[in-house]
Design a protein around this ligand. Structure first.
Ligand code: MG
Length: 389
């Protein structure tokens, strides 16, 4: 079997562009991948325009290891976020094709399921005013949708500078969410790399009484020794530290493992070269008793891929999902994902990745010029039509 054609399709959602790639073969089988390249959709399309004719066309989709190896090495330059995203969407589409060719869900081809349901958490649910009442009401709706875990960044547009007034507002938001969801629901605190090590530790202590399930990216992602300082200070609280969505290759994870600078790692399948790279990383993480909680801000195809990874990974913890809190057409662009019931989804059982892309839905909502800035006031509303962009 040979790949004969790769076609990009961009879906414009309310706050991000999702890039889908349709991969066709000479045997008539078709696979898809999707990804969100933050503020770099055109860069991803440009990379693919160069890479696909050279590496992908004519390649047998069953030979995934060779394809990923060539795409990572033969450009000579180190593969960063854009390249690892392009590699991932093709890799994901190859698994979709293989599963369809063999009439098996992908998880059955990656070692088989180690669980019969997958724990998920909600994100993107707090697109409301930054008040305790509004966050309380929004958190209640998350529970009504079937989730038993949710993540949020209560810190506004902060970067390094974080005063007592901001801490008071933040504390009121976390308190409101804990009150709304009760004691048994996991609340995960997202810090988006906003703080210095000492600032992050002070905040971690202040919020500890609300029993967060983790503190995520307490410091910016480049300096893992700084993260280790936070980890050492937070460990006595018994609250895990999570990071990894801005690390793109197994080589870049080496220092994190050597330092044991996190409890939970969060690579994003769509920025990490795909499922096989994730499986290699999971094995390495397991040696340090670290859990995998993959980041996922992409569309339903990538979410399906994440569920297959979760199904086969012994040290999997929980899977992120944004799309139940966006416009309905996002999930409708590729129906087939299992629904969230009491905090879990079932394994996707259809052949391949298990979702069916509806190109008409994507065509009806084309990509648009937008810029997502997490350090801008009211970014959490994810309204790309309002305010300065
Ligand atoms: Mg994050």
């Amino acid at each position: 079997m040979k790949i004969t054609k790769v076609t990009p399709l961009v879906l414009g959602t309310t706050w991000r562009n999702l890039a889908y790639f349709k991969v066709e073969t000479d045997e008539g089988l078709v696979g898809y991948g999707d990804a969100r390249a933050i503020n770099k959709t055109q860069a991803l399309l440009g990379y693919m325009a160069e890479a696909v004719p050279y590496y992908v066309l004519g390649h047998d989709p069953f030979n995934i290891e060779m394809l990923v190896q060539r795409m990572m090495r033969e450009d000579y330059a180190r593969a960063g976020e854009v390249a690892m995203t392009g590699i991932a969407v093709i890799e994901m589409a190859c698994w979709d094709i293989i599963g369809k060719a063999l009439n098996q869900p992908v998880y059955r081809l990656l070692g088989g399921a180690v669980r019969d349901k997958i724990k998920v958490y909600a994100n993107g649910w707090y697109r409301v005013e930054r008040t305790a009442d509004a966050f309380h009401a929004a958190a209640k709706k998350v529970i009504e949708k079937g989730y038993r875990a949710l993540k949020f960044d209560p810190f506004g547009a902060s970067f390094y500078d974080f005063d007592r007034q901001e801490m008071r507002i933040t504390t009121s938001l976390v308190e409101a969410v804990r009150d709304a969801v009760g004691p048994d629901v996991e609340i995960l605190i997202e810090m988006h790399g906003r703080f210095t090590p000492s600032g992050a530790v002070a905040i971690a202590n202040d919020l500890a009484s609300f029993k967060p399930g983790w503190y995520e990216e307490p410091v910016p992602p480049e300096n893992l020794k700084a993260l280790k300082k936070v980890m050492d200070a937070v460990a006595p609280l018994g609250i895990p530290v999570a990071t990894g969505e801005r690390i793109h290759t197994i080589y870049e994870f080496r220092e994190l493992f050597e330092l044991q600078a996190a409890d939970v790692i969060q690579p994003d399948i769509t920025h990490f070269g795909g499922l096989l790279s994730m499986k290699k990383l999971a094995g390495w993480a397991d040696a340090y008793y670290m859990l995998m909680a993959p980041h996922n801000v992409a569309g339903p195809v990538a979410t399906a891929a994440a569920y297959h990874f979760a199904a086969v990974t012994t040290n999997f913890m929980i899977q992120e999902n944004f799309n139940d809190f966006d416009a309905a057409y996002v999930n409708e662009s590729a129906p087939g994902l299992p629904p969230v019931v009491e905090g879990y989804v079932a394994l996707p059982d259809a052949p391949g990745l298990g979702v069916t892309v509806d190109e008409d839905v994507i065509a009806a909502h084309p990509g648009q010029a937008m810029h997502f800035n997490l350090f801008q006031k009211d970014w959490h509303k994810r309204d790309m039509t309002a305010g300065e962009q």
